[in-house]
Each structure stands twice: as structure tokens, then as C-alpha cells.
Design a protein around this ligand. Structure first.
Ligand SMILES: *[C@@H]1O[C@H](CO)[C@@H](O)[C@H](O)[C@H]1NC(C)=O
Ligand SMILES: *[C@@H]1O[C@H](CO)[C@@H](O)[C@H](O)[C@H]1NC(C)=O
Length: 411
């Protein structure tokens, strides 16, 4: 067992650190999985090739259309979501085990019998109480054939029993118009493990610029709108995967700070199309009907080409890590420093394996990322003979060592 572990480590080193083009700090990120194309395993029945439609209806599996977008990790299980943005997606919420396979087949979660209960899921979240939270947008987003199958809802699973705990349908007042459901692509759960019944969830709406708050205790939800949730006109047209990105995506990700002396925590957030970071006291978000005008703080500007999707806060190093889609990179910023371009560092960059980091999650001292080159899928064509989708992980202390984010470094 021991020598096998060493052998595997050596193989990983060879594969991941030997980089002729010399991309920065690549050795500190380890490749966990890579896929040319996604396949599925439904209770031992494997789907690794597209299936033809029996009649004029939608095929069960159209392999090329299966683009992984969301990631979450719990124990030895990795969750991978495949939103229904095209035809032929057998299962939108899936998991794989951290086993020797480097390109595992996705297994429907919680089981193959539940695949029709969820329409389309983006970025899932494991909370501090061993529960998995997802937002089902209820929307099939096939271009030219968008269909709201059911209203958007929050669904929560118990990760011990793999049973659904509850399903909460969002209220009409949480939604602005028919574009809103497609924007509900990330959820952050604010809960202390000593009080699991008192959880709040913050759902970002990147399409119509809002944050929807859910209270588990009151089984209620409400919405906040604010100009800081909107995309920034001046940050449009960055390049990713060789394509100019003109998506007008607003607020994309919420990252929670640790608790201060008064037991309060901050929510950091940013639109995808922006180089700025904002924050708000979570106490305000938790208060239905609160006025947030004048209460949102502009934390600072990360600098040119810092447009980022998901981000997360690492308490031990007091650092925020960002999925920086405009530079195929992971960025860091230590929250004890002023947020200016000089205090933001690239901790990893790779123009093959980090092309469009679609999700980023912090688990203990590790950062995990899923990259999917989605601009190529949308505007061009993926090469199905090469690896297109990657999941990588790295230890945060190693990644930030020697950068401006390393608080232990003396200047
Ligand atoms: C699946 O596709 C591969 C190559 O694309 C082909 O070699 C194989 O025969 C196919 N398998 C089935 C069961 O159709
Ligand atoms: C983005 O591109 C559009 C269309 O070419 C152009 O009108 C706009 O000025 C550009 N914005 C920026 C910030 O580059």
C-alpha cells in the first residue's frame, strides 16, 4: 500500500510538474481528474457513447453536450454538475469517488431513480452540517428552445443517508422576470455547526443582478437588489479560451469571512464582469426587508484582467482565492491588506488546465477547481481527442507561499 502511494505520487509529480512552457507554480496544483468527454454510470450500466433518439424525441445521452460546470467535495466524494443547456444530458447532479481512476464515469446523485426530479443544477455547496445544497433552476436552457419546466427551488440532501431533507420552492417575489432562474448559479450556506437548524443560504442571481436569501428556520426567502450586483460595463470583453467574452454576468459568488469578536461575519461578493470586490454584513442579508442602500462597501479593485467567477475564504491564512477566468489563473488576496492590484497575486496559472475555471471550492486547507473551457464550447468547437475538463487541487499554504498574500512573510 505504502509503496503504491509513493508510486502514485511520483506519477503525479511527473505529470503535473513537468511543464515545458513553464507556467507559474504548476507543481503546487495536482491534477485529480481529467476528461476528454463525460460519461455516466447508472447502477453499472455505462454510457460512454451518445445514444440515438428512438423517435423524434430528445436523445437520452448526447456526449458532446455534457459540459461539467459545478464542483463540490465531501470526504472521498466529488460532486460534478452538468446543467441542462443542450439536449441529451442524462443527469444534472452527479458524484464520483476519489478512486484510482483519472477520468471516472459520473454517477447520478442521490441515485439513478431521482434524475428527473432535478432539471438543471449549477454550483452545489456542502455546508458545515454535512448537507449538500443545490439550486435547481427548473430551466432547460437549450438556445432557441428555453423551457421553464418547474419553478426554481432549493434542494438539500443529507450526506450521511443520501436522502433529500427538503425542497423549498422560491417565491415569485424572489424572481424578477423569466431570465432570473437561469441566473441562479451559485449558493453559499451561512450556518454554524452548533446550530444546524438556523441556516441561511445566499443565492446569487447573475442574470438579473440580485441576491436571494433563504432562512431554514423560517422556511422563507427574500431578495435584495443593488447596483453592485450588476455587471460593470468597463470590464466587458476580456478573453478566455481565445474568445472575447461579452457575457453580461452580474453577481456570481458569495464568500463568507470568519466570525469577528461580536460573532458577525461579512459576505464578500463580485459580479463576474467586474474587477471590483464588495462586502456586506451578513446580519443585513439575514434581515428580511432590510435596507441595504449605503450599507454595501466597495472593498477595492483587484486590477486589470482580474474578472473572476467563484471565490472562497480560507480562515487559516486570511486569504480569499478567486477563479480568475480572464487569465486562466487562481488569484489570492489577504483580507488584512488593502485590496489594490499590488496586493493581489497569481498563485497558479495554466493555459491548458485552468482554461475557464468554472467552479472553485475550499475544503479544509485545499483549494479545488473545475475548469471546462466553456467559451470554446459556446463559440467554437472542443477537440474531443484531448482533455477538455479538469479537476485540480492544491494546498493553500503552499500556493500562497512567497506571495503578497502570505501573512507570515515579513517585509
Ligand atoms: C463507442 O465509441 C468508440 C469510439 O468513439 C467506439 O470505438 C466504440 O465501438 C463505441 N462503442 C459502442 C458500444 O458503440
Ligand atoms: C466591448 O465590445 C463592444 C462591442 O464591440 C463595444 O461596444 C464596447 O465598447 C466594448 N467595451 C469594452 C469595455 O471594451
Amino acid at each position: 500500500m505504502y509503496s503504491k502511494g509513493i508510486l502514485i505520487s511520483v506519477v503525479f509529480l511527473l505529470f503535473n510538474c513537468f511543464d515545458v512552457s513553464g507556467f507559474k507554480n504548476n507543481c503546487k496544483l495536482r491534477e485529480v481528474f481529467s476528461w476528454k468527454q463525460i460519461g455516466y454510470d447508472f447502477d453499472g450500466v455505462q454510457y460512454t457513447n451518445s445514444t440515438a433518439a428512438a423517435d423524434s424525441s430528445e436523445p437520452f445521452f448526447n456526449q458532446y453536450n455534457n459540459v461539467p460546470i459545478g464542483l463540490e467535495v465531501h470526504g472521498d466524494r466529488v460532486f460534478v454538475t452538468v446543467p441542462r443547456r443542450r439536449q441529451g444530458i442524462p443527469s444534472t447532479l452527479n458524484s464520483v469517488r476519489l478512486c484510482p481512476s483519472s477520468a471516472p464515469l459520473l454517477e447520478p446523485y442521490p441515485d439513478s431513480g431521482s434524475v428527473s426530479e432535478l432539471v438543471s443544477v449549477y454550483r452545489p455547496r456542502v455546508d458545515a452540517c454535512g448537507r449538500l445544497w443545490v439550486v435547481d433552476t427548473g430551466l432547460i436552457e437549450i438556445p432557441g428552445a428555453r423551457r421553464q419546466v418547474q419553478p426554481p427551488a432549493i434542494i438539500v440532501y443529507d450526506l450521511t443517508t443520501n436522502k433529500q431533507i427538503f425542497r423549498y420552492q422560491l417565491k415569485d417575489t424572489d424572481l424578477v422576470n423569466e431570465r432570473t432562474p437561469g441566473g441562479l448559479t451559485s449558493i453559499t450556506v451561512d450556518v454554524h455547526p452548533s446550530n444546524c437548524g438556523c441556516a441561511f443560504a445566499y443565492i446569487t442571481d447573475l442574470a438579473t443582478g440580485g441576491i436571494v436569501v433563504f432562512s431554514l428556520e423560517h422556511l422563507d426567502s427574500w431578495r435584495f437588489d443593488h447596483p453592485s450586483f450588476q455587471y460593470d460595463e468597463n470590464a466587458l470583453n476580456f478573453t478566455a479560451a481565445g474568445q472575447i467574452i461579452n457575457w453580461k454576468d452580474g453577481v456570481f459568488s458569495v464568500a463568507l469571512s470568519d466570525y469577528d469578536a461580536l460573532g458577525k461575519r461579512k459576505a464578500y461578493f463580485h459580479p463576474l464582469v467586474s474587477t471590483k470586490e464588495f462586502s456586506i454584513d451578513t446580519q443585513l442579508l439575514k434581515t428580511k426587508g432590510a435596507s441595504i442602500d449605503g450599507k454595501i462597501k466597495l472593498v477595492g479593485d483587484r486590477g486589470a484582467l482580474s474578472q473572476s467567477g467563484s471565490h472562497g475564504y480560507h480562515e487559516a491564512t486570511r486569504t480569499l482565492l478567486f477563479a480568475n477566468v480572464a487569465q486562466d489563473a487562481i488569484l489570492c488576496w489577504n483580507v488584512d491588506t488593502e485590496l489594490t492590484p499590488n496586493n493581489v497575486a497569481i498563485v497558479a496559472q495554466d493555459h491548458q488546465k485552468l482554461v475557464y475555471i468554472s467552479d472553485l471550492k475550499l475544503v479544509g486547507d485545499h483549494v479545488w477547481v473545475l475548469s471546462n473551457q466553456i467559451p470554446k464550447f459556446v463559440f467554437s468547437q472542443l477537440n474531443t481527442n484531448e482533455n477538455n475538463y479538469f479537476i485540480l487541487k492544491g494546498r493553500i499554504q503552499d500556493l500562497i507561499r512567497g506571495t503578497v498574500c502570505d501573512g507570515t512573510k515579513k517585509y
